[in-house]
Design a protein. Structure first.
Length: 167
């Protein structure tokens, strides 16, 4: 990504996160059965122009502190419970993002015996970011679009007015 695009995304994401949520965006990542390609892109996004923190995005380990559940990889039978438990632990308003072709629809692995398919097979998904793997810029742009489209501010409040569809 060029310098102008990075700066533009940083400004938009910081504005959307602070305006819509009153703070930075906290993301909990779950690898549901990935080959590692999407994780490399996610690491690239974290390293892009001094890291995700510059964009107002923090990766968190505790799902109770997360606003976004970011899923990579096909959902396997062994990881489906981890994904649903993570989502259940998150407080509303929460968003689910499927990153990469495997998380979108199972990718090249759909139909395999231990593969349930994409993330939408087990949890409602708010945003699909396709690609094998998607570029770091596409991941960041997707998070910006998610915030801008779904989290309108409440009048007189800094919290989101979004109605929680996953409750």
């Amino acid at each position: 990504m060029d310098e102008a695009a990075v700066s533009s995304l940083a400004a938009r994401l910081a504005d959307a996160g602070i305006t819509r949520l009153g703070r930075s965006l906290a993301v909990r990542h779950v690898d549901a059965g990935s080959c590692g390609g999407c994780e490399i892109s996610l690491a690239g996004a974290a390293a892009l122009r001094a890291g995700l923190i510059r964009y107002g995005i923090t990766l968190v380990d505790d799902p109770r502190a997360a606003d976004v559940l970011l899923i990579t990889g096909v959902v396997t039978t062994t990881m489906s419970d981890a994904v649903t438990r993570t989502l259940a632990a998150m407080a509303p308003p929460r968003f689910v993002v499927a990153v990469g072709d495997c998380a979108v629809d199972g990718g090249v692995f759909k139909g395999a015996p231990t593969v349930l398919g994409g993330a939408e097979r087990i949890v409602p998904v708010d945003l699909l970011i396709a690609g094998c793997p998607p570029s770091p810029g596409r991941i960041i742009a997707g998070l910006v679009a998610l915030l801008e489209a779904n989290a309108a501010p409440v009048a007189g409040s800094r919290r989101s007015s979004r109605i929680e569809p996953h409750a």
